[in-house]
Design a protein around this ligand. Structure first.
Ligand SMILES: Cc1ncc(COP(=O)(O)O)c(C=O)c1O
Length: 390
């Protein structure tokens, strides 16, 4: 069972951004920190690596990966940056690096930087939203592929639009010579992930979102042909094999990237257990009940704002985005002023993004085990008032 220490006076409808960590997992993190500060040297040099291996095994099994190909990173942004840094030597001027119009802004920036440093060109596949079916994503990507396409960065679940993308079908449409980096920031814990059969070169994901580990725990999985040349975005001892205890040069690159607080990654195994025991039917029950609540919540919000269903149910996991009638005045911030109004006037945490650009905007709800249907009714009441629909 997971218990939460969330503020009861707030309606928490944005699990998607930073997750939330159950008390049981925070307690372990507290114990580990106490132990670490009682003898920092013993903890870092003797206790850390065996504990890391246990947690690596747990998350590897959870995402269907071979532990030999899996490393911990602090977050998905670091994972995408490391994957890009690892393949820059394979890119040539004039190569095309494909992303989609739904790519998370931080990762889009990382690809733009790689393009600038290698002389490659970033190409954006324009995925529609509202969207009628998942095939439209495959066509949008296929439409921009050329014989200069060298790399594709694609999300498993998109951030602003909350869509589960058909990455298996996308991979099938791409020439096997193209290096595919999957940004699965939201995927583990929200949808089933099986890396054993995926066929991507790199897959990164956060553990703090839907696995509910503490913040600072994420993974990067690397396919076998890319492991010997993979480097962490922060080069450290592992670069010349100088991290004793790591099982391989590849692991050593990431197992130690400089002194930090490693306790978040040492809690991932427990987080998988705690959330997995939250429902009698285990993780499948967590995923499906979150999805049902997200779909029911989306229906309530759509009715409140009078917007047609923007995406098929099959593309929805535990987050869902709803177009909100545009503001009259464009806003300069990525977050629409409605986000602040819902927080300040109604104590509701829910993001409203300018998308694709202000004054057009999307509101994204999340559904996690601590949410109930009443949370979405409260949001609907607030929206009706804020949008002048009462
Ligand atoms: C699709 C996607 N990629 C990457 C990230 C970045 O995650 P982080 O800030 O943990 O690096 C997010 C965060 O929400 C995301 O939704």
């Amino acid at each position: 069972m997971a218990t939460w220490r969330l503020d009861p006076d707030v309606v928490h409808l944005n699990h998607g951004s930073f997750g939330a960590c159950p008390v049981e997992v925070l307690d372990l993190q507290h114990e580990l920190r106490t132990e670490m500060e009682a003898n920092p040297v013993a903890f870092m040099l003797r206790r850390y690596q065996p504990a890391l291996e246990e947690n690596r095994a747990a998350i590897a099994s959870f995402v269907g990966a071979d532990p030999a190909g899996l490393v911990f990173v602090p977050n998905a942004t670091y994972g995408v940056n490391s994957a890009l840094r690892s393949v820059e030597g394979r890119l040539a001027p004039g190569d095309e690096l494909v992303i989609t119009s739904h790519t998370y802004n931080a990762c889009r920036n990382a690809v733009a930087d790689t393009a600038m440093r290698t002389g490659a060109r970033m190409v954006v596949a324009d995925v529609p939203f509202p969207i009628a079916d998942a095939d439209q994503v495959v066509s949008a990507v296929a439409d921009v592929l050329t014989d200069r396409t060298a790399l594709l960065v694609v999300d498993h679940v998109t951030s602003p639009t909350g869509l589960r993308l058909p990455i298996e079908a996308i991979l099938a449409a791409v020439d096997p010579a193209v290096i595919v980096i999957v940004d699965g920031a939201h995927a583990p814990g929200m949808i089933e992930v099986d890396l054993s059969t995926l066929g991507a070169a790199f897959y990164t994901a956060n553990c703090h979102k839907w696995v509910c580990a503490p913040k600072g725990a994420a993974i990067l999985w690397v396919a076998e042909p890319f492991r010997s040349t993979a480097v962490a975005a922060s080069i450290s001892h592992g670069y010349n094999d100088g991290w004793p205890g790591s099982g391989s040069r590849f692991h050593a690159q990431f197992d130690w990237t400089g002194t930090d607080d490693p306790t978040a990654r040492l809690c991932v195994g427990l987080a998988i257990e705690v959330l997995g025991s939250h429902r009698p039917d285990g993780w499948p029950g967590v995923r499906s009940s979150n999805r049902e609540l997200a779909l029911a919540g989306r229906r309530i919000v759509l009715d409140a704002v009078g917007t047609p269903t923007p995406a098929p149910d099959a593309m929805i996991g535990s987050i869902a985005s709803v177009p909100i009638p545009p503001e009259r005045e464009p806003s300069e911030s990525i977050f629409d002023p409605l986000t602040t109004a819902l927080h300040a006037e109604w104590s509701i945490e829910v993001p409203v993004f300018a998308w694709p650009e202000s004054p057009r905007r999307l509101l994204r709800i999340s559904a996690q085990q601590y949410n109930t249907i009443d949370d979405y009714h409260e949001l609907a009441t607030a929206l009706a008032a804020e949008l002048g629909r009462t």
